[in-house]
Design a protein around this ligand. Structure first.
Ligand SMILES: NC(=O)c1ccc[n+]([C@@H]2O[C@H](COP(=O)([O-])OP(=O)(O)OC[C@H]3O[C@@H](n4cnc5c(N)ncnc54)[C@H](OP(=O)(O)O)[C@@H]3O)[C@@H](O)[C@H]2O)c1
Length: 243
């Protein structure tokens, strides 16, 4: 019999990651801002009363990194206050929480960050809100913070930098791994997990889906890109091997 995920409520289901998870997890209760607005208590209460989930996967977020610098309040409200609302709901109702976080919570200088490494200092306001969001997500007694990073299936730019390193991958590679972790929530004896792939340059990643991409340097970009945001995935690898 196919797996059934109808005990799980997903926030931000129309987003990049949310859309993939909906396709991968039959029965998952897909919600977005119109039926589970994480900044609106009444909207959340109504959805919980209807759906009675045992687990919430919180993928809704303000993800426009440049936009966050201009509209800090909107970013804080969604990423910090929204996550706090979800976490308190989970605490009150005994619901498991899977919170989706980012490699940007690290400073991005040395790379190969392990789950227990110190966070920050962050590079931008989006990253700051995601760092605080992790802390508030931990209010939920049964929680798992998944740090990850992903790109679209096809590299969208003509250029990619050779001097920035990452363990991110395309969404079609990352989303099934996240779906696997969500489905195995109870078999994961940690509260933080990195889900990514091997360390590589952004250029090497881009070339996989766009072989003619032009190599560039970080200094050519209009935005400051950290040198190495790669995550150690030893924990996730060992877990999967044990299953
Ligand atoms: N994209 C990346 O490269 C990346 C990297 C690392 C980590 N992450 C994390 O992965 C998660 C998913 O990211 P994503 O790129 O899939 O995000 P996304 O595409 O920006 O989707 C976010 C979703 O949240 C919804 N939303 C907005 N306001 C809401 C509210 N008040 N209540 C409920 N939902 C609301 C959005 O709806 P509307 O579109 O209608 O506003 C959208 O469907 C986030 O936690 C993000 O921080 C992303």
């Amino acid at each position: 019999m196919a797996d059934d995920y109808s005990h799980i409520l997903l926030t931000g289901a129309r987003g990049r990651l949310g859309t993939e998870l909906v396709g991968l997890m039959p029965g998952i209760r897909a919600t977005d801002v119109d039926d589970f607005d994480v900044t609106n208590q009444a909207s959340m209460e109504a959805a919980i009363a209807r759906q009675r989930p045992r687990c919430i996967v919180h993928a809704a977020a303000y993800t426009d990194v440049a936009g966050a610098e201009k509209d800090r309040l909107a970013c804080w409200r969604l990423n910090v206050e929204g996550t706090r609302n979800v976490a308190i709901l989970c605490e009150d109702r005994g619901i498991q929480l899977v919170h989706i976080s980012t490699d940007y919570v690290f400073d991005g200088t040395t790379g190969d960050y392990r789950e227990d490494d110190p966070l920050g200092p962050v590079r931008n306001y989006y990253a700051l809100t995601k760092l605080v969001a992790e802390a508030v997500a931990r209010v939920a007694p049964e929680h798992l913070v998944i740090r990850t990073s992903f790109r679209p299936r096809q590299w969208p730019y003509e250029m990619a930098v050779t001097d920035a390193f990452t363990s991110q991958d395309t969404i079609d590679v990352i989303a099934p791994e996240i779906a696997l972790a969500i489905g195995r929530f109870e078999a994961i004896p940690y509260q933080t997990l990195h889900i990514a792939t091997e360390r590589k340059s952004v250029y090497d990643l881009a070339r996989r889906s766009r072989p003619d991409v032009r190599p560039g340097r970080r200094a050519d970009l209009p935005v400051q890109l950290p040198a190495d945001t790669s995550l150690s995935i030893d924990r996730w690898r060992a877990l999967k091997e044990s299953w």
